[in-house]
Design a protein around this ligand. Structure first.
Ligand code: ADP
Ligand code: MG
Length: 219
């Protein structure tokens, strides 16, 4: 089973937005997808409850004390995580997954929080380089702003502890399409292509990365 973690301890960075859209995409591709909502706020769970029966089925799982109960046939498990994860709990999430996507908002506060978060995970010896593939995504970007350029520069120059570049995959613009889709339990890939053309284009590098060996550690 493929496990994709969407994680950034900063609230409102776009974890649930990315998790639900990734789930929608792979489900449209015919994969058996389970979306695990590990956040008590329940955004992903709510999204699933809004999902129309007419669309591809996405299994839901909720994190309980006993752990996660996941349907056996799951091919891709997407884990939406809560804000504020650190230390042991953070390590536990990271240890479970093969792939981690970190959305970062273009704001000074979010960039600083991302800097601290990266420092923390880079200090987890042995957890990273070979065991999990991490990539960043700039989210809710208003193009041609100074802060977007600053975020792009920061993400583009981030290095892993081994000196290799940490992949910065794409920039997603701030778009009402995400909000429209979320209200209906859909992904942007299930809205009219003519209205979501630009967003789909921005997603293309992330979908390619997630579908390729580049996002899977060689064990
Ligand atoms: N690219 C985007 N464009 C517009 N709104 C966005 C975008 N990404 C997220 N949002 C909105 O921002 C809010 C926070 O996003 P969310 O995915 O819930 O973050 P998190 O799960 O990290 O707390 C939500 O209302 C969501 O709809
Ligand atoms: Mg969330």
């Amino acid at each position: 089973m493929r496990i994709i973690l969407v994680l950034n301890p900063k609230g409102g960075s776009g974890k649930s937005t990315l998790a639900t859209n990734i789930a929608g995409y792979f489900s449209l591709q015919g994969k058996v997808v389970t979306l695990a909502d590990c956040d008590p706020q329940g955004s992903s769970r709510d999204w699933l409850s809004l999902r129309p029966k007419t669309h591809s089925l996405i299994n839901g799982a909720v994190l309980k004390k006993e752990g996660l109960k996941i349907p056996d046939k799951t091919e891709i498990l997407i884990m939406d995580t809560p804000a504020g994860l650190k230390d042991k709990r953070l390590k536990k999430f990271i240890a479970q997954a093969q792939t981690m996507v970190v959305p970062v908002i273009a704001s000074p506060i979010d960039i600083r929080a991302a800097e601290r978060f990266m420092k923390q995970i880079f200090s987890f010896k042995g957890t990273l380089n070979n065991r999990i593939k991490i990539a960043t995504v700039a989210n809710r970007v208003r193009e041609d702003t100074l802060i977007a350029a600053r975020l792009e520069y920061y993400l583009d120059t981030l290095k892993l502890p081994n000196g290799k570049k940490l992949p910065f995959i794409t920039m997603l613009r701030a778009s009402q399409n995400y909000i429209r889709a979320a209200e209906k339990g859909l992904s942007i890939f299930e809205l009219a292509p003519s209205k979501t053309y630009y967003d789909r284009e921005q997603w293309e590098p992330l979908l390619r990365w997630l579908s390729s060996q580049r996002s899977i550690p060689s064990r």
